[in-house]
Write a protein that binds this ligand. Structure first.
Ligand SMILES: [Fe+2]
Length: 231
């Protein structure tokens, strides 16, 4: 997929989701760090990063009143939210995307090792390794980032996220991916991603973070292979 189209799709999802580009940039960069740490070759690293950028693309098809609902979702609304994995997969397939890494991450990033995830209830080796790794990255970012509903993380957010991921190693999450992420965290290799791309947008999508444009520039540059991670 053309990089400009990819970025445009990601922007639509971010606007709908009330997020800036920071979340997408961060998960792409965490994915890059994890992929490089596990020894993937450069071309594979970029496939993983593109998959990370596109992971929630199916949210384009979730009605705004459900995606942006402030309170508790009904069971029916939650079931519709869960459909974003399938709808994203189907949209990309319709657009001609045929990279199994990208398609698997988009469809299976909410699956769990023990089969308790969605949308297909896949378990263990039936889940593509890229999707298993991305689930760890996505959860880590969700627990360590500022969101419209959470502007104060506290000093231990990353440590707590690592502990919680490790508590679910082997049941929900891939133990190897958690081990690799934990090693990167303890070596301080994730700090700059957490710090520099963790912008808040307290007013929601109607008042975009002025730094958001930079987030897309970071993402675009990264996906072009023009940015390497600090060592
Ligand atoms: Fe998702």
């Amino acid at each position: 997929m053309d990089r400009d189209i990819l970025i445009a799709l990601v922007r639509i999802v971010d606007i709908k989701d009330g997020l800036t580009g920071a979340h997408t940039a961060r998960v792409a960069l965490y994915s890059q760090a994890l992929a490089e740490a596990t020894g993937l070759k450069e071309a594979e690293v970029y496939r993983v990063m593109r998959a990370a950028a596109l992971h929630d693309i199916g949210k384009i098809d979730i009605p705004d009143h459900i995606l942006g609902k402030p309170g508790r979702l009904t069971d029916q609304e939650y079931a519709i939210i869960q459909q974003h994995a399938v709808w994203g997969y189907e949209r990309l397939a319709r657009m001609g995307e045929d990279d199994p890494v990208i398609l698997s991450v988009v469809r299976s990033h909410h699956e769990r090792v023990d089969g308790s995830g969605y949308p297909d209830g896949l378990a263990g080796p039936a889940i593509h390794p890229a999707a298993l790794c991305f689930a760890v990255v996505d959860t880590f970012d969700a627990m360590t980032s500022i969101r419209p509903y959470r502007t104060d993380l506290g000093p231990d957010a990353a440590q707590r996220a690592i502990e919680e991921l490790n508590q679910h190693a082997g049941t929900w999450y891939c133990p190897d991916a958690i081990e690799a992420l934990t090693r990167l965290y303890r070596a301080g290799k994730l700090d700059w991603i957490m710090r520099h791309q963790n912008g808040a947008d307290p007013e929601g999508a109607s008042s975009p973070d002025p730094e958001a444009a930079d987030d897309y520039a970071v993402l675009s540059e990264s996906l072009a292979g023009g940015r390497s991670l600090p060592t």
